[in-house]
Design a protein around this ligand. Structure first.
Ligand code: TXE
Length: 505
């Protein structure tokens, strides 16, 4: 496959053919995925299936249940029945089962990394380094965090004792996206069940394979039937049935901002607790005093890792004018070194985009960038042949009011814009409706703290990117979301605080 990706690419180098390749999977019979309800693998009520396309090949690699409200209802019933026993299971036992599941994921890391790469188009090296280890870490973290989750007590002037009970809510509805499939699914399942809830998860219809494998591993780990249920299918059908189900009091959703609004509307009539982790248009602000080689190296990562399909990618780079031209030269040179092609080739840096539709969307934004007056200084083209590949692309010459700097592209496309002074940097960075994360590069400690405080972002990285500690709060401002998860924020989101007041005198 790689040889099809012609070496004359303007923005990237093609990888050499590999012995094992995602394309080498062409012709294999598609896997048939089932729903996982009450500990059993079952067919959808409708008997209908939808195709799961491998992004690197354009081939059907699996067929997944086209589930509807009946399947969701069956899963919710199973989760509901399992809830009383699971919520009363001693915390040490819940912890032990989660740790066992973490071990099983770790033992199957290579298989899961290949599944993730095949299903999503991401490089297997990234799946090995980031996605699957993070799923292991999510289960381990919440398995142990729950052991230390205390609640407060307030002796009230000798008259009464107030204390807080933190109780699970019941059936958690969990909806995850396609960009970091197992990573984000486990980010929701682990805290939901660690705190004593049961759950119904609806993974993205574009990337069902590692969720399917997780179901098998959960069963092998000895998790009781009904604690984790996984229903596959389309968002507008299965997803909507879950968000509007009256017996699901809590929804954790990660996905696009437009979908997030639909989820919020479906949940509102039932007054469900909702956590929404949505899109981003994250600024990457580089001051003239930055460590430039480090800023270039990390900005390549933050722009193009996972093909730019991470909500935390820094898609708008702002560079202080005195170093702007030099930065652009260095950044473009580094972009052209990136190797695009077979995600299973160890040498590949940039794999395939998730779908043909997404490739269209990304290409459309690059055309728009030209129409808006931008200059494409690297990349800019899709790659002919099977699979959904697009060159890492750098656009210069566009102001903050352009659509290309306002709308989430969610692909390997980054803009670079000069700024003059700290105030303008902050104004440019804050000029979108999003507020998920931001990165800034400077050696001036005071400025770093000053600018970090002024940025509209749930997370600010200073002189680094994607350094994640599972204990810290995570979420977005503005249209990037509502609520925080991560660490004790997750434990708090997945539990109901109840005040108990005992009269003492
Ligand atoms: O995601 P959707 P899409 C952004 C990115 C991308 C855009 C659209 O810009 O181009 O969103 O991507 C389920 N009720 N992000 O359309 O639709 C769906 O089945 C309930 C950013 O692929 O948001 C899937 O499981 N659920 C992002 C999940 O929502 C519904 C990651 C996400 O799909 C539903 C992904 C409905 N009505 C896309 N409609 C991030 N923040 O990381 C869909 N779903």
């Amino acid at each position: 496959m790689s040889s099809r990706h012609s070496p004359e690419l303007s923005g990237a180098r093609a990888t050499s053919p590999a012995n094992t390749s995602a394309a080498g999977e062409v012709g294999r019979a598609p896997l048939v995925v089932s729903n996982f309800i009450n500990g059993e693998f079952v067919a959808p009520a409708s008997g209908a299936y939808i195709d799961d396309i491998g992004p690197a090949t354009g081939e059907v690699i699996a067929r997944i249940p086209d589930s509807d409200a009946r399947d969701i209802d069956a899963a919710v019933r199973a989760a509901h029945s399992a809830f009383p026993a699971w919520s009363r299971t001693p915390v040490a036992e819940r912890s032990r089962l989660l740790l066992r599941l973490a071990d099983l994921i770790e033992n199957n890391l290579e298989e899961l990394a290949r599944l993730e790469s095949r299903d999503n188009g991401k490089t297997v090296t990234l799946a090995r380094r980031l996605d699957i280890p993070r799923a292991v870490a999510n289960f381990r973290f919440f398995a142990t965090a729950i052991l230390h989750y205390a609640s407060e007590a307030h002796p009230t002037d000798g008259v009464a004792l107030n204390y807080t009970l933190r109780q699970p809510l019941g059936v958690a509805g969990l909806i995850s996206p396609w960009n970091l499939p197992l990573y984000l699914l486990s980010w929701k399942i682990a805290p939901a069940i660690a705190t004593g809830n049961t759950c119904v998860a609806k993974p993205s219809e574009l990337t069902p394979l590692t969720a399917n494998r997780l179901a098998q591993l959960a069963r092998d780990a000895g998790l009781p039937p009904g604690v984790i249920n996984i229903v596959h299918g389309l968002g507008a059908k299965a997803g909507d049935a879950l968000t509007s189900h009256p017996k699901v009091p809590l929804i954790s959703f990660t996905g696009g901002t437009v979908t997030g609004a639909k989820v919020a509307m479906a949940a509102a009539p039932h007054f469900k607790r909702v956590s929404l982790e949505l899109g981003g248009k994250n600024p990457n602000v580089i001051f003239a005093d930055a460590d430039l080689p480090e800023a270039v190296k990390t900005s390549i990562q933050s722009s193009f890792a996972n093909q730019g399909e991470i909500c935390l990618c820094g898609s708008r780079i702002f560079v202080e004018r005195s170093i702007h031209d030099h930065f652009v030269d260095e950044f473009v040179a580094a972009t052209k070194q990136l190797r695009i092609g077979d995600p299973w080739d160890e040498a590949t840096d940039v794999g395939a985009l998730i779908s043909a539709a997404h490739l269209e969307k990304v290409s459309g934004y690059v055309e728009l960038a030209k129409q808006e007056g931008g200059t494409i200084v690297a990349g800019g083209r899709r790659i002919d042949g099977a699979g959904f590949f697009f060159e890492p692309t750098v656009v210069t010459g566009l102001g903050c009011d352009r659509r290309v700097l306002q709308e989430e592209i969610f692909g390997p496309v980054v803009t670079i814009t000069p700024f003059d002074g700290e105030d303008e940097a902050i104004a440019f960075a804050n000029s979108t409706r999003y507020g998920l994360s931001a990165t800034l590069w400077t050696r001036d400690l005071q400025r770093a703290h000053r600018v970090a405080a002024a940025l509209d972002a749930g997370t600010v990285w200073i002189n680094c990117w994607l350094v994640r500690d599972l204990r810290v709060p995570f979420g977005g401002m503005k249209e990037s979301g509502v609520g925080r998860e991560g660490g004790f924020e997750s434990l708090s989101f997945f539990t109901e605080a109840k005040n108990v007041c005992v009269k003492l005198a």
